[in-house]
Write a protein that binds this ligand. Structure first.
Ligand code: BGC
Ligand code: BGC
Length: 818
């Protein structure tokens, strides 16, 4: 018996493990791909969620609720697309604020005040007494993934890949507790954390959301974070400053082939269990109230539609009594579904769909499907029972919210001290030939673009989804790495001078160079190789410049994951992996800067929780694998009390990384690898100055009366993720002589009429066109070729300073169809 997915879902309960076992023993085909056998899985038991008093209250509510009210509980909308008034007509059960979604009527980057107002406004409507309405509090969720990171002024803890290096479960519990308090203080009762992914391919853009490649460490941390966020199971609630947790993303998010975000995890069930499920039994035992379904597939079956894993394994075998929330329109990716229509996901066991902008359509269709019996009433009652149970256990029916106005806890000295401790404990010393510790009586230079850059040290999921667009002014309760060093040097009678580009007038005794990855989140951080700054080794050039001036160099490397940095290691007298430390840059000085005589203060205690690669091609370098041959093995870490020598390393990357670039096409005066510029007959090119740099732009000229094209092309480029993530083509250009004919702009086979954009000369301007516009015009976003084409029918001279992709930038309209 071989069932297709739709049948699997609709057969519902009848497709039990027993049926499959029977089918197998009857000599039929084996278990189809993507179907789990619950008997193989570990067991667990939800603590503190079920008690008879609560269940009776839930039963009483369920009896009074209409179908609309029940379905409403099962749908979550995003603040960017819903208003409190909407809840009068659509009785939704939950609101979220996505990574770049603002509080009501305020900017996305807001302090606690507007967030409190927003949560109150939605709750006020939900709790209104009006005829035919059962008042039920909403749950308000947010990605508090490294502190309550959407709120201006919040303490920002190091990202999870850093915390793994600390190997300190109790630290994790304390961070969970502090995060809960800062979340509750902003009026929010639910954190979409912790991520229990076990990242096995460091190309994955979410590697930093995971604690370790080692399932044992994820197992040890999982319960601690739940305990910290939620408090004692069955006892602590919002009233004690605790919020609901969401263990995510169930299941196999860290195991996708090629490390592609939202990809396919093509591994056997035994490996899914042994590696990727490690954190879930402890999280369930610790009473996690919610678990988030993952975007990824397992053996080709999307998790949002996988009944055997969501229902039979998670709720059955693992005894999870809380509710399963979906990921951002994740239900819409199940075959046969759209974001507004997906009974299959609910039937598979999804209890609450995250339907940020699709909630209205989903609500209407789901109500209809329940009436028609496509979704059985028993399934709806089970989902709503779970959701209401969680709301009771979280303390949401109790109107007292003592933590709500405790904004004194946001960025409090105690929480910042805790974050600083976490920074200290997560630093891993990869190399030290004696340059560390730094004598605090010395005069040093602090260089590198990340030295005084709180945004870069905090990474993605910081004030905005991608962590982009932030400046130091957005972080009132934070300290840059440079500021922390300067403070420590001053205390020892020495000095630190900030010089981003490494220039100096008086030769310093030593230089600390802070550099690393730019912020990113989710699939936008996916890489093709692990080479750091492939193609443009800016940081290496800076290290070399300082070294050749005879200055000892200490590198502080900021990254979400291990990367191939052999050339940078070779140019460094000491090298510290500092991960993404967050708001407390001072934690770095605590360990790097010694006393005035150069005796160490605090020692390095961080040890790698991810293996460090020897070549840029070691993506799936994980301890225990056959032929494991890392540069620095899992558990590695030097210290003042544990010195060790690192010799000269090979500078052969082992793989061509020019193929890593999918988003920068023309910048810094040149076409970026792996792309090339192709000019049709009659089109001329010459370098010109851009607003920021000499010869930083390229001028293209079309001859009158001669239709021709200019194209940027390389291999086919897959921009599906970028299109779904609402990214835009961004061009900074100046029209030098306006177009006299028609101008078309294409990406792949999708063409828009861009005449209007090239008809007036008005100095430098930046234009953004959503990738969706090209998709709508028929571009194959899975394989764009040529990537970018500008064609003009008559004369035009235009200078481009920048062509590439922009994330969630303002503006962006679709030009007309040609
Ligand atoms: C992410 C989740 C996150 C959710 C809400 C999704 O895109 O995968 O981790 O919790 O958005 O922002
Ligand atoms: C949201 C994120 C979400 C992402 C998914 C963004 O617009 O802000 O929270 O994870 O979309 O694509």
């Amino acid at each position: 018996m071989w069932l297709n997915r739709a049948q699997t879902a609709f057969l519902g309960a009848s497709l039990s493990a027993a049926t499959l076992a029977f089918a197998a023993s009857a000599g039929a085909e084996q278990t189809p791909p993507g179907v789990a056998n619950p008997a193989l899985w570990p067991t667990a038991k939800s603590q503190g969620l079920i008690d008879s008093k609560t269940e009776a209250r839930v039963t009483a509510l369920l009896r009074r609720m209409s179908i609309e009210e029940k379905v409403g509980q099962m749908i979550q909308a995003d603040t960017a697309s819903v208003t409190p008034e909407d809840l009068r007509k659509y009785p939704l059960g939950s609101i979220l604020a996505g990574g770049s979604s603002p509080p009501m009527g305020a900017p996305d980057r807001s302090p606690a005040g507007p967030w409190i107002e927003t949560a109150r406004a939605f709750n006020a409507v939900a709790m209104e007494r009006r005829p035919g309405h059962v008042p039920i509090p909403i749950m308000f969720g947010i990605d508090a993934v490294h502190g309550n990171n959407n709120v201006v002024g919040a303490t920002l803890f190091p990202h999870n890949s850093a915390l793994g290096a600390a190997h300190d479960p109790d630290l994790i519990r304390r961070i969970g507790e502090a995060t809960a308090r800062e979340t509750a203080a902003a009026g929010i009762d639910w954190a979409f954390a912790p991520t229990l992914a076990v990242p096995r391919n460091d190309r994955w853009g979410r590697t930093y959301e995971g604690y370790s490649e080692d399932p044992e460490l994820v197992r040890a941390y999982a319960a601690k974070m739940i305990e910290g966020l939620q408090g004692a199971p069955g006892k602590d609630t919002l009233q004690q400053g605790h919020v609901s947790a969401s263990a995510k993303h169930f299941l196999g998010d860290g195991g996708t082939t090629n490390g592609i975000d939202q990809g396919n995890t093509e591994i056997p069930e035994s490996e899914l269990i042994a590696i990727h499920s490690a954190g879930y039994p402890p999280a369930i035992n610790a009473g996690t109230r919610t678990i988030m379904a993952s975007f990824n597939s397992w053996q080709g079956v999307k998790m949002h539609g996988n009944k055997s894993l969501l229902t039979d394994v998670l709720k059955g075998r693992m005894g999870f009594d809380g509710f399963i929330v979906g990921d951002w329109n994740g239900h819409g990716q199940v075959p046969g579904c759209t974001t507004t229509d997906c009974p299959v996901a609910f039937n598979a066991g999804l209890d609450m769909a995250m339907a940020p902008d699709s909630w209205k359509g989903l609500f209407e269709n789901t109500v209809k499907q329940v009436r028609e019996g496509v979704i059985p009433m028993a399934r709806v009652d089970d989902a709503v029972r779970r959701i209401l149970r969680v709301k009771f256990k979280a303390g949401l029916f109790d109107p007292a919210r003592p933590f709500e106005s405790r904004i004194d806890v946001i960025g409090s000295p105690a929480h910042r001290a805790l974050a600083r401790e976490a920074v200290r404990k997560s630093l891993v010393l990869l190399k030290n030939n004696g340059a560390l510790p730094v004598k605090s009586s010395a005069h040093i230079l602090v260089a590198g673009n990340a030295a005084d850059n709180i945004s870069q040290q905090s990474g993605g999921w910081t004030l905005s989804w991608q962590g982009d667009g932030n400046t130091n002014a957005d972080f009132p309760n934070a300290q840059s790495i440079y500021a922390g060093i300067a403070e420590a040097m001053k205390a020892g009678g020495g000095s630190a001078t900030l010089s981003v580009d490494g220039s100096f007038t008086e030769k310093p005794d030593l230089a600390i160079v802070v550099f690393g990855e730019q912020p990113y989140a989710e699939g936008l951080g996916d890489l093709r190789t692990l080479e750091f700054e492939a193609g443009d080794k800016k940081s290496l050039a800076l290290l070399k410049k300082l070294k050749s001036a005879g200055i000892p160099v200490v590198s502080v490397f900021l990254s979400g994951r291990p990367m191939w940095v052999n050339p940078e290691l070779n140019q460094s007298d000491a090298f510290v992996a500092a991960w993404l430390p967050g708001s407390e840059g001072g934690g770095i000085a605590d360990v790097l800067i010694g006393d005035a005589q150069g005796r160490p203060g605090k020692d390095f205690t961080g040890r790698l929780s991810f293996s460090w690669p020897k070549t840029a091609a070691q993506f799936t370098l994980n301890k225990g694998q056959p032929g494991y041959d890392p540069l620095f093995a899992l558990g590695y870490g030097l210290g003042y009390a544990a010195p060790g020598a690192v010799g000269r390393l090979s500078e052969v990357a082992g793989i061509d990384a020019t193929a890593t670039n999918k988003s920068r096409y023309f910048t810094d005066g040149r076409i970026q690898a792996p792309f090339a510029l192709t000019l049709g007959a009659g089109v001329t090119r010459r370098p010109v100055d851009s607003p920021s740099r000499q010869e930083g732009a390229i001028q293209l000229g079309w001859t009158a009366g001669q239709a021709a094209k200019a194209s940027i092309e390389g291999d086919k480029v897959d921009l599906r993720f970028e299109t779904n993530a609402e990214m835009m083509l961004q061009m900074t250009y100046r029209v030098d002589t306006p177009a006299t004919g028609r101008v078309n702009l294409s990406m792949g086979g999708g063409t828009v009429d861009a005449t209007d954009l090239f008809q007036r000369s008005a100095g430098w301007r930046t234009v953004r066109i959503p990738l969706k516009c090209f998709a709508d015009k028929g571009a194959d976003m899975a394989g764009l070729y040529p990537l970018w084409t500008l064609s003009a029918t008559d004369s035009l001279t235009v200078s481009f300073a920048d062509i590439g992709l922009a994330t969630q930038a303002p503006g962006g309209i679709c030009p007309p169809t040609p």
